[in-house]
Design a protein around this ligand. Structure first.
Ligand code: THU
Length: 152
């Protein structure tokens, strides 16, 4: 066997590169009060920018039967896939708050959301992901979040 390596590129800092992306983070933060997170106390907001200019937002929706709940990112991605099946995703911003308010660092999407992002890449190509933090954010490609995604 031969040794192979994969590296990922990402940007980290206080300022995002465009007004469009700053606005997208703001939208992800604005929907946080709509999260239904009574069990965990952890609210997540997602704002998805589509190539046609539409912004789809989503929040986590928990359930007493916990596996029946849904993450913010997948809520937004599935809605976009249902409502605009032919439109490519341009960027996804993710923000979060705990019981003390907005989280200072960024929050990174769970494995299941990464697999769903991989499906969006397959449908329409790679897109930007912004992990929005109060103090600093991360900008990277969706493909960088999940090496070796499941495919069939
Ligand atoms: N959550 C998300 O909405 N997105 C993620 O990527 C990870 C976790 C939600 C699920 C649950 O409602 C709460 O955060 C705590 O796990």
């Amino acid at each position: 066997m031969e040794k192979r390596e994969q590296t990922i590129e990402y940007f980290e800092g206080k300022d995002l590169p465009s007004v469009e992306y700053r606005e997208l983070c703001k939208k992800a933060q604005e929907v946080l009060p709509d999260a239904y997170s009574i069990y965990s106390g952890f609210s997540v907001g997602a704002a998805l920018l589509l190539e046609n200019g539409e912004v789809i937002t989503g929040t986590n929706q928990e359930n007493a039967a916990s596996p029946s709940g849904m993450c913010a990112e997948r809520t937004a991605l599935f809605y976009a896939g249902s409502r605009f099946p032919q439109v490519r995703v341009k960027a996804l911003a993710i923000a979060a708050a705990d019981r003390n308010g907005p989280v200072k660092a960024y929050v990174s999407p769970c494995g299941a959301c990464r697999q769903v992002m991989a499906e969006s890449i397959r449908r329409g190509g790679d897109f930007d992901v912004i992990l929005c933090g109060e103090e600093r954010s991360i900008l990277l490609k969706a493909s960088a979040l999940l090496p070796f995604p499941f495919k069939m």
